[in-house]
Every structure is written in C-alpha cells, then in structure tokens.
Design a protein around this ligand. Sequence first.
Ligand SMILES: Nc1nc2c(ncn2[C@@H]2O[C@H](COP(=O)(O)OP(=O)(O)OP(=O)(O)O)[C@@H](O)[C@H]2O)c(=O)[nH]1
Ligand SMILES: [Zn+2]
Length: 316
Amino acid sequence: MTGRVYKSTGSWYTVKTELGQTYECRIKGKFRLKDIKSTNPIAVGDFVEFELDTKSDQETGVINKIHDRQNYIVRKSVNLSKQTHIIASNIDQVFLLVTIDNPPTFTSFIDRFLVTAEAYDIKAILLFNKIDTYDNDTLDEVRYLAHVYRQIGYECIGISAITGKNIDKVKSLMEGKVSMFTGHSGVGKSTLVNAIEPSLDLKTKEISMQHMQGQHTTTFAEMFDLSFDAKIIDTPGIKGFGVVDMEKEEISDYFPEFFKLKQDCKFNNCLHIEEPKCAVKEALENDEIAASRYRSYVQIIEGDEEHYRTDNWNQE
Ligand SMILES: Nc1nc2c(ncn2[C@@H]2O[C@H](COP(=O)(O)OP(=O)(O)OP(=O)(O)O)[C@@H](O)[C@H]2O)c(=O)[nH]1
Ligand SMILES: [Zn+2]
C-alpha cells in the first residue's frame, strides 16, 4: 500500500493512506538511503510503500520502500558530526511571518530565510503580520519591503491574525498543498494557525518550553490535515528553518535577481564583490537591486554570523 508519513517517533511511523486510514508502521531491517547521511531514514512528509504485518494482533505495517523526495529540510544532528536529521520532506511552500516591530524582523533575517528556501527548492511566501497595529510610517515600510520582494518574484501579503485581514488569501494559497510557517518568536505563528484552523491546537509553545528547560524531550515534526484540503507541517522545538551548507560560489544563485544577471558579469565565477564589470554591482548602482539585498548577500558571503545576529541597521 502507498501512504504518507504524518508523524514519526523514532521507531514507529504514522502512515496515512489515500483513503484516509492510518497505520502505525515500522521499518524492516536496514534501510539505507543513497546520498544522504541521515540519522533518520524516513521523515514526515515522505511517501512510502508498506505491507500489513499479519503476525501481530494489532494491525501494524512494515515500510519497505520510500519514494523519491521532491525536497527536504534538515537539521544538523547534535552528536554525530556530518550527520543530518531530516525534519520533513515534500513541502510545497513555507510562509515566513514578518513583523516590522514587536518583534523586529530585519531584512538580513528575511534574506537568509529566502536563500535557505531557494537552496531547499521550496516556494517561499512573505506574510507581513500585525498590520492592524501599524501607523502610517510602519505601513510605508511594509509597502516598501513588499515592493522589494514582489519585484524579485516573492508573493507578499499584509495580514492580521487577530482581525482576520487577508486570512482568506492565505487559506486559498494553502489549498491542495503542504505548508510550513516560520518566523521569529512572537510574530504570531500560533495565532495565525489558530485563525486558519481554530480546532487545531499545535503544541509548538509547550514543547519548545520543555526543550528549553533542558528536559530530554525529543521533538518531532508532525503533519496535520486541515478541514479545507490543506496540510500543515508543525516542527515543535525546532528553531528556524534548518540549515544548508553552501559554497560561496553558489550563494548568489539563491538570490534570484542576482542569478538573472550573472551571465552578464565579465567573469563567470564572479562573486559580485570586487570584480570589475560586474552586472550585479552595476544593477545595484542603478537601483535595480535593493541595497538591503546586496548587504545581506555580502554578509552571507563573509560568513559573518556574529555581525548577522547583532545587526540592527534599519531597512530603508
Ligand atoms: N495586534 C496583533 N497582535 C497579534 C497578531 N498576531 C499575533 N499577535 C499577538 O502577538 C503575540 C505573539 O503571538 P503568537 O501567536 O504567540 O506568536 P508565535 O509566533 O507563535 O510565537 P512563538 O510561539 O514564541 O514562536 C500574541 O500576544 C498575539 O496575540 C496580529 O495580527 N495583530
Ligand atoms: Zn558579478
């Protein structure tokens, strides 16, 4: 039978068939995946083949095949260096919640997120939340940022998880798809998910607090079916959106507006930093590329993590 993994607790996987039946499944014997050094062979979101285990009293299943993944997000495993933990797979889109203040979301953070989404090959959408609280200047800032990111090709929506403004738009984007939500603590992720599906009580907060208190709770991603043909993957206790190792040379490929210009740079291995006749820098000088995007790019290239975290320059 074919099914999809909704939950994993280490040795057992909750698998749901197309008909909506769920089975607790195990993996039989050694299960290796080529090319991925992973601590877990099967992740939430995976499509798998399984057989019912007739020997046991309860109806359980044995997974014997995993379908190729469209994409997947990973976390570095704490103990085993070079090994990664696959958090979830086959994700159609990820929504980044952005607030201008309370808490502030800087463009450096947005751009890091977008680079990661590009590297993972997952569609990213920006949701500017709490617009019910903004004065005119702050709304101008939202409009400016939305303009910058729309120009690059990212969908941007101003929303309020409290008043319900544009929640219908978010819901219609979610139809027929698997979505994730991310953003700084306090941007309104729980409030938004609650506005989208009031009956769904995600455990995000509870579990991440246990996590912080140092209890040995291992947290796992989980997929939920919503009432309107949409799925959400919740990743309790997992900060951010995973990590991708990138070579310096490939970073600009994940800035779509830079990538488009790359062929016009004099050097085909141009890093768009010091090189002469660089199409990206020319575009920057002509205001065809946002200065904040270029700054984010340079920060990532320099790998200046400390600077990135403490950075609080204003978005223009
Ligand atoms: N005015 C207003 N307040 C909001 C909105 N969305 C969320 N909030 C408030 O912002 C605070 C944080 O919201 P949460 O939904 O808990 O934020 P979160 O992103 O889930 O936070 P973490 O669980 O820490 O990651 C709460 O007090 C919410 O009521 C909004 O659209 N407008
Ligand atoms: Zn260049």
